[in-house]
Design a protein around this ligand. Structure first.
Ligand SMILES: C[S@@+](CC[C@H](N)C(=O)[O-])C[C@H]1O[C@@H](n2cnc3c(N)ncnc32)[C@H](O)[C@@H]1O
Length: 272
């Protein structure tokens, strides 16, 4: 299935949603450290790969894999070096590498695999050495946790997420499942931590405004949601309903009174 968020501005969205410091803190917590050889699975534009490379230092190395030629090209141009390599690979297929990795990092990947997450993990970890660290990070209740908006807006967000689950194998609740994935795979010494991925109140930052606007514009159109909650005010025409939904969301989100949060759940374990 095609990547749900595919579009010409996905590199910009990924850039804006990635803080090097947060990735380093989370991967450091998981045990990724100096001298390690790490695989960044679904690396996107390579910003997370770069953060991991800083963590493993001059004696370590990182390989980023992704299926998008466009994003890999950006990754190579921005971050490629003798210690940071990027390779094209479909992560639904076994990753058989001549090298063995000490650690693997998957952030915002399993949310695109509501079904098939365990198969994917079994495939990519074929090159993780026994005792190696597997770290998974995903959000929970994706796009659903707000206060200060109307009931019709909440119903619509829920409808969009339900349809993405049904029609696109997307998992808005991936975060809460990560511990169970490692448990089922019988990883050792599993630990869990949680941080806010979003904690948005007061004046809206440009990056948050851009990210959420893009995310909802794209997902509302693609999900197949009919935006029925907007029929009463906007009529039968989908574009009119979409414009009304967009306007209401932007008005709510732009207000300093709005409160929005998204938990990021991070799980790590050691391969048996
Ligand atoms: C939301 S981005 C996450 C990027 C990065 N991990 C981060 O945390 O910013 C998801 C990435 O997974 C990649 N992806 C999705 N399906 C894939 C597949 N089957 N094989 C390889 N990469 C895939 C997409 O191309 C995209 O770059």
């Amino acid at each position: 299935m095609a990547y749900l968020m595919e579009n010409s501005e996905e590199d910009k969205r990924l850039d804006l949603k990635t803080g090097l410091e947060a990735v380093q803190r989370q991967a450091g917590w998981a045990g990724i450290g100096p001298g390690m050889k790490v695989l960044d699975v679904g690396c996107g534009i390579g910003k997370t790969t770069r953060a991991l490379a800083d963590l493993v230092g001059p004696t370590g190395s990182v390989v980023g894999i992704d299926s998008s030629d466009e994003r890999l090209e950006i990754a190579r141009a921005r971050y490629g070096s003798d210690r940071i390599r990027f390779e094209k690979h479909d992560i639904t297929k076994p990753f058989l590498s001549h090298e063995e990795f000490d650690g693997m990092w998957l952030r915002f990947i399993l949310e695109y695999f509501r079904e098939g997450a365990l198969d994917l993990l079994n495939n990519v970890t074929q090159s993780l050495k026994p005792g190696g660290i597997l770290c998974l990070a995903d959000s929970d209740c994706n796009s659903l946790l707000h206060y200060g908006h109307s009931q019709r807006l909440q119903n619509t967000l829920q409808d969009i997420m339900n349809r993405l689950e049904q029609n696109f194998n997307f998992d808005p609740y991936a975060g809460r499942k990560l511990y169970d994935y490692l448990y089922q795979l019988e990883y050792n010494a599993i630990e869990v931590m949680m941080e806010p991925h979003h904690l948005i109140y007061g004046a809206l930052r440009d990056s948050d405004g851009y990210n959420w606007k893009r995310k909802l514009e794209l997902t509302a159109e693609q999900s197949g949601c009919k935006l029925e909650e907007y029929a009463e005010t906007a009529g039968d025409d989908f574009q009119s309903r979409h414009a009304a939904f967009k306007q209401e969301f932007e008005q709510f989100f732009g207000s300093p009174r709005r409160f929005t949060y998204t938990p990021l759940i991070i799980v790590r374990g050691y391969k048996p």
